[in-house]
Design a protein around this ligand. Structure first.
Ligand SMILES: Nc1ncnc2c1ncn2[C@@H]1O[C@H](COP(=O)(O)OP(=O)(O)OP(=O)(O)O)[C@@H](O)[C@H]1O
Ligand SMILES: [Mg+2]
Length: 645
């Protein structure tokens, strides 16, 4: 197996022509600082859109938190200078005893100044501490709001995208990146945004303070941060590309983890003993991920060490310079204390500012991927002026030389597929595995559009209809029907989620799908939770699940019934009951059924036989059998059942 390079390299993620910009979604021509500015814009929009009130409150608190320490620094300077003056002058005659001494200190102007400035400094420091608690609370609320907002956007999009999105591994990779960070990144974006604001205000304050007394000091401090900023921004982009390159491996590890942890494969894993193989594959993927992380860490460590040395060197030079000035009498003691504090704080804030900008840059790369998912173009869309869906269908449905290849495969699955389904007709579609039957069903439900030819309903191309309006009129049972961890009533109700699950029409659909007896045996009837994944409910058998799926299909006022292998999990008696039911259900509407079961074939008035995506035989089951072609080869036993008129 060829191993993908995992070290951070510009070409780690393959370019994708269908996307704007480059593979990491960032225009390479844009300077890094502009990308960081874009990041700010993105983050601001997100912070504001999620909760404007909380955004304002947090901004105000952060600004106060950044500015107040400067006031504390100024107060300390004044206190130290006043104390130095007091030390030089001394008190005239210090009073005996603490209370008397305190009164005397407050009376004397020199000592009063010392006391007042210390108290002012302490008050400011206490306020900062109170603000910190308040800010933590507001920040937590805001972070949750941002996270929920991001999830809201993502969910809305996921419910709206084409089915193709879920059947394309590249899209799933993109989604994996977004999903794996969707919980943490938005909170990170917010944290970085406010850290940026806090550091910018705090650093700005320090620089202004220094500039008032020593402009050169301010300039040196500001310039010292620049190399770190540029280096770490550059690294941030590399990190994202590196992370993106790891997505397939992370998904692979995740897949084998799911195989071992979910119930789906538990039986086969035990019986066939492939658990060890899953562990190996998981372990191999994880060890490659670890190896990639190690390479990355090593590289980063060296760069960080250099940056630390640079910071230390700048601090040393500034300290030397200040000490020289103090010795020469050009600085007061209070000023020295303030400068030392300012430089220390300034350097800390430069570091915080760089970290915040880099975090925002990272977040922007995440947001870019997120927006790529949000911008996912829909291929199956409604025209500007959709035609009304024919109800009832009077002429029927026509597949007119339909061709189809799944996106990104280039391999035609259907080609030149033509057949008609008359109004009120019962049509069975048969063919060997992989012949394209389920694909035909997806096209008929307009989950995909044909790549060639057209599908007409009463002479109207399906593409001229609003897909949602059309789907609303189709009662469908998919081959891989859903088994939902909901109550029995909800499992049916979601087939047409209007009104309430307790409505009589839900019970009626259950009865039509032959669920009466099953429901009677459920402990809480239709209110019984099905499945045992979320709570200790009742686990129906596969055939019972299939009947719930059928009830879902029967719930809505469908113009067309489409059933893909509706009896694959049903026993013979239930199948007979279903056939009788289908006879009633399809009396006034066309029905298309995919099935390999002879009884179902006999029920249909007409059968079309698919081979490699095209119709090779057509007629009633008896005639086809007599012809001795593909149908007779596939279903030699079909003749045993009578063809119901
Ligand atoms: N999501 C997909 N992406 C790419 N190819 C697909 C996808 N789904 C199915 N195919 C391919 O399309 C062809 C037809 O598949 P389809 O599921 O329509 O067959 P079928 O006739 O329903 O088979 P079966 O009797 O096994 O249900 C197969 O070759 C399959 O590999
Ligand atoms: Mg199928």
């Amino acid at each position: 197996m060829r191993r993908r390079p995992l070290t951070p390299r510009a070409d780690d993620a393959a370019p994708e022509p269908s996307r704007r910009g480059t593979e990491d979604g960032v225009d390479r021509s844009s300077p890094r600082l502009r990308a960081a500015a874009d990041a700010c814009r993105h983050a601001l929009r997100l912070a504001w859109a999620s909760a404007p009130g909380l955004a304002l409150a947090q901004t105000l608190l952060v600004a106060l938190q950044a500015l107040l320490p400067l006031a504390a620094m100024l107060a300390l300077k004044r206190a130290v200078d006043a104390a130095a003056l007091l030390a030089r002058q001394g008190l005239p005659a210090p009073a005996e005893g603490m209370p008397a001494l305190a009164v005397q200190l407050l009376r004397e102007p020199a000592s009063r100044a010392v006391a007042l400035w210390f108290v002012a400094g302490a008050a400011v420091t206490a306020t900062v501490a109170v603000l910190r608690g308040l800010l933590a609370w507001v920040a937590e609320q805001h972070a949750m709001a941002v996270s929920d907002h991001v999830h809201g956007l993502l969910h809305a999009k996921l419910l709206e995208v084409d089915l193709a999105f879920f059947e394309d591994s590249r899209e799933q990779e993109r989604l994996h990146l977004v999903q794996s960070q969707a919980m943490t990144r938005p909170v990170g974006v917010l944290g970085a945004l406010y850290q940026l604001l806090r550091s910018a205000i705090a650093l700005g304050g320090v620089l202004v303070l220094l500039a008032l007394f020593q402009p050169l000091l301010a300039l040196a401090l500001a310039l010292a941060g620049l190399p770190a900023l540029l280096l770490r921004l550059h690294r941030s982009r590399r990190r994202f590309q590196w992370r993106r390159g790891l997505a397939p491996l992370e998904r692979e590890a995740g897949y084998f983890h799911t195989l071992m942890s979910s119930g789906g494969a538990a039986k086969e894993a035990r019986l066939n003993g492939f658990g060890g193989f899953c562990r190996e594959r998981f372990g191999a993927a994880r060890s490659r991920l670890r190896e990639a992380r190690l390479v990355w860490r090593r590289r980063v460590l060296g760069e960080d060490l250099l940056l630390q040395l640079l910071t230390l060197a700048v601090a040393a030079v500034l300290l030397l310079w200040m000490t020289g000035h103090l010795a020469a009498g050009a600085l007061t003691l209070g000023s020295l204390v303030m400068y030392v504090q300012a430089v220390q704080r300034g350097q800390g804030q430069v570091g915080n500012l760089v970290t915040a900008i880099v975090d925002l840059h990272q977040a922007a790369l995440f947001l870019t991927t997120f927006e790529e998912v949000l911008r996912q173009p829909a291929r199956v869309t409604a025209p500007v002026n959709p035609r009304p869906v024919p109800a009832p269908i009077r002429e029927g449905i026509v597949f007119d030389r339909v061709g189809f290849a799944y996106p990104g495969t280039g391999r035609p699955v259907l080609h030149n597929l033509s057949f008609t389904l008359g109004a009120g007709e019962r049509l069975a579609v048969v063919g060997a595995n992989g012949a394209g039957k389920s694909t035909l069903v997806k096209l008929l439900c307009r989950l995909y559009d044909p790549t060639a030819g057209r599908i007409l309903v009463d002479g109207i191309d399906l593409r001229e209809l609003d897909p949602a309006a059309w789907r609303q009129r189709v009662g469908v049972l998919f081959q891989d029907f859903g088994r939902y961890q909901l109550t029995a009533a909800e499992n049916i109700w979601i087939g047409d989620p209007q009104g309430a699950p307790a409505d009589a029409r839900v019970a009626a659909a259950a009865a039509r799908a032959g669920l009466d007896e099953i429901v009677r045996h459920l402990p809480q009837g239709l209110d019984t939770p099905l499945g045992r994944w979320l709570r200790p409910g009742v686990e129906p058998s596969m055939g019972q699940w299939q009947r719930f799926a059928l009830a879902r299909a029967f719930l809505r006022e469908a113009q067309l019934l489409v059933l893909d292998e509706p009896t694959s999990a049903l026993d013979a008696r239930t199948q007979q009951a279903l056939i009788r039911l289908l006879q009633r259900e399809s009396a006034e509407r066309p029905a298309l059924v995919v099935s390999h079961r002879p009884e179902m074939l006999a029920w249909a008035r007409r059968v079309i036989v698919l081979r490699e995506g095209t119709v090779v035989e057509e007629g009633d089951a008896g005639t086809l059998l007599r012809q001795g072609g593909e149908f007779a080869r596939l279903y030699p036993e079909a003749g045993g059942a009578p063809v119901t008129a």
